[in-house]
Each structure stands twice: as C-alpha cells, then as structure tokens.
Design a protein around this ligand. Structure first.
Ligand SMILES: [Mg+2]
Length: 406
C-alpha cells in the first residue's frame, strides 16, 4: 500500500479549518486529518503543501510511527506550533486510514474500551454572576456534570471566555481584511472577582455540580498561587492553565500554597514540555491539544507517561480545532485508563455540513461511533462553498497600553 496524494483543504464553515486528505493506491481508502492553527492557518497549509506533502508520496501509510519520526526528527528543524500542527494533520489522517483498513473504530486499535463514554465539560460565561448561574443551570438541564465558568471582569474589555464562539472570531477590519480585536485586562479586578463568582455559584447551586475555571495563562506565579488558594473552599474540579507555558518551575509555588487541582498544557508542542510537570506531580491534569502536539501518536505517549504519575488527561477541545480532532480526543479518552475529563463544544450546523460524523453527546458524556477509523468525513463540495477568511484571535493590552498574554 502506498500514499498517492496529499490534499490540503482550507475552508471556513463558520470559522477557518485546515483539513488534510491522504489518499492511497487502494480503491476508496483515504484518511482525513485536521491541521487547524487558529490565526495562522495558511502557514500550516503552506508547510503541508510545499514541504511535508511531497515527502509522503510513495510511503506506506501503515507505518505511522516511522512517518512520525521521519517528519519530526528527520528534518533537523523541528517542533513549534506550525510544524506540530501540520504533523498532527498527517498523523490523524494515517490513523484514520489504519482504522478503515482494519474495519475497526480507532479506540479498538488503541486497546479497546476502558469506559463507555467520556465525561465532558462545557463552557458557561456571563456578563455578571446571575447570568453565569443561569447558563450553568441550562447546561445542567442538558446533562452536563462538569462546567467551566468565566465572568466579565469590571473595568476590563472583552474578558476571555465570556463571549462564547463569537469571541474567537472577533475582529476589527483593516486594509485587506480582519485584524485582531484588542482587549484590555488588569489582574487586580480579575483576582478580586473570580473567588466571588465561585462563592456565588456554590451558594446557589450546591456542591454536587463540578466547576472549573480557565485562567488562560494570564497570571504571574504569586498571583496564581493566591487565586488557587482563595478558590480552595469552592472545590474546583481544576484550575486551568494558571501560568504561561514557559515557566514550569513556577508551578511549585502554586503547589506549596493550595490543594486546588491544577490543569495545564494546551500551549505545549511536545511531550518534553509536559514532562517536568508530570514527573514532579506539579499538575493533576495534562491537557495538551492533539491538534498542536503531533496528533494521536504523541498524545498516547504523554497519556502513558502521565498514568505512571497519577496525572489524568483533559485534552484541549475548543471550537477552533475541527470535529476530526475532537473524534481523536474521544477515541483516546475511551481507551486509556487515566482519562479525566474532555472539553467539548457543539459545532454549528454550517460546520457539520462540511465535516460530518464525530463524537455524540449524551447525558454528560461523549460517545464515539463504531464506524471504522476516526468516524469523520469531509464533504469537499460543501467545503468549497466556504473559502478562507482572514481572522485572528484577539490580543490583550494592559490599561497602560503594554502587551499582555491573551
Ligand atoms: Mg483553556
């Protein structure tokens, strides 16, 4: 069996996605992968089209590990978000082919089911505490047992996690298309508001619903330690991404001050970035993005390392990676033993018109279908109806005008 063609599709059904189709010399045997990197889509598409695709022609698609090593180590210049997203797109397409060829869903090839469904969490944001509470109650009605809560911060502009799906697409318009929206953020008001939000929710909703909160890597070490300690009485499921990904050693400071569980990892691009946090047990949940860390091949190794250190998984599951990566998440969740929770979104109809299949949500859990491979497909005719539109994630500046992490 040989790879005969690598096709890259950039499509924008609701938002931009980069999709990778790997075709083989066997009739109707192909795989789809997702290589979407929000705000830098065309850099990944170009890397795949110009550099990586030609390296795959004539190779045996069954040799996933060898192709992974060849693309990662065989090129000398390696790693980083663009190349690891491109590699993830190839990796997922190859696993899809392997599953289809075997006639088995991917979880079966990964060792089979260890659970029936993957516990899922959704996002609830609001302009004030009351609105967040109403959104949490609505999510509970849908069956969610774990919910991420974010609230608008007084004096800040465009708080992360409050605007829902529109937020990521938010943009101002400059010459030639969209430019990033500029938000304003100050840590003081944020640090005062979040513990009060959680106090409000616990007093109204009780202890049974699991709540979590995403800091989005915006705090410095002592601020993160303070927040984690002050929210301790409200028993978070976890506090997500408290620090920037460069500063692994700073997680020790958080650990010294609190028993609030910590999750980290959506900005990591390799297992070596995750390694010290896992082996020193500085986090409780590793939440790498399968789409930005080289795909299933790398993520299952990270999961296996984490298992040895009692760290659970919480793979990144936002709307800016395609349903193909969400499917890969849930196949992995379903087969590993140290699964913790799965972040999820409901994709709009327009996205499902182009990318079909994927996990199914039922009563708080995500379920993969028994279709061979990843269980997703792409309607190429529909994809062509939605051409790429330049878009960016927002950027953040402090009140004094200086750049801050988004
Ligand atoms: Mg996050």
């Amino acid at each position: 069996m040989q790879i005969t063609n690598v096709k890259i599709i950039v499509t924008s059904p609701g938002r931009n996605y980069v999709l990778v189709k790997i075709e083989t010399d066997e009739p109707d045997l192909y795989g789809w992968g997702d290589a979407t990197l929000n705000g830098r889509e065309l850099a990944v598409a170009s890397a795949l089209e110009k550099h990586i695709g030609p390296l795959l022609i004539g190779r045996d698609p069954d040799r996933i590990e060898d192709i992974w090593q060849y693309l990662f180590r065989g090129t000398y210049w390696r790693g980083g978000p663009v190349l690891m997203t491109a590699l993830a797109g190839v990796d997922l397409a190859l696993w899809d082919i392997k599953g289809k060829r075997a006639g088995l869903p991917l979880y079966s090839l990964l060792g089979g089911k260890t659970r029936e469904g993957a516990l899922a969490y959704t996002h609830c944001g609001g302009q004030d505490f009351q609105e967040v509470e109403e959104h949490v109650r609505a999510a509970q009605e849908k069956g969610f047992k774990v919910i991420r809560v974010q609230v608008a911060i007084p004096g800040n502009v465009g708080t992360y996690g409050v605007g829902g799906a529109q937020e990521a697409a938010a943009a101002t318009w400059g010459e030639g298309g969209a430019l990033p929206q500029v938000e304003r953020w100050e840590p003081g008001a944020y640090l005062r508001t979040v513990p009060r939000l959680l106090e409000h929710l616990r007093s109204r909703l009780g202890e049974e619903i699991e709540l979590l909160h995403d800091v989005h890597e915006r705090l410095n070490p002592i601020q993160a330690a303070r927040l984690a300690r002050e929210v301790e009485p409200f028993h978070l499921f976890f506090l997500e991404d408290p620090l920037r990904p460069e500063h692994k050693e700073s997680f020790r400071l958080i650990r010294q001050h609190t028993t609030t569980p910590i999750a980290m990892g959506e900005l990591f691009h390799s297992r070596w970035e995750a390694l010290p946090l896992i082996t020193e047990q500085l986090i409780d949940f590793i939440r790498c993005d399968l789409g930005h860390i080289g795909g299933l091949t790398e993520a299952r190794k990270i999961a296996a390392i984490a298992e040895s250190y009692q760290v659970q998984t919480a793979w990144h599951g936002p709307g800016d990676i395609a349903p193909i990566t969400h499917a890969a998440n849930v196949h992995l969740d379903t087969s590993i033993t140290n699964f913790g929770v799965q972040e999820m979104v409901f994709f709009p109809e327009i996205t499902q018109e182009v990318i079909t299949g994927g996990p199914v949500f039922k009563d708080g859990y995500l379920w993969v279908t028994d279709k061979p491979g990843l269980g997703t497909d792409v309607d190429e005719v529909a994809a062509a109806r939605y051409p790429y539109q330049r878009a960016y994630l927002p950027t953040v500046r402090r009140a004094d005008g200086s750049v801050h992490d988004w």
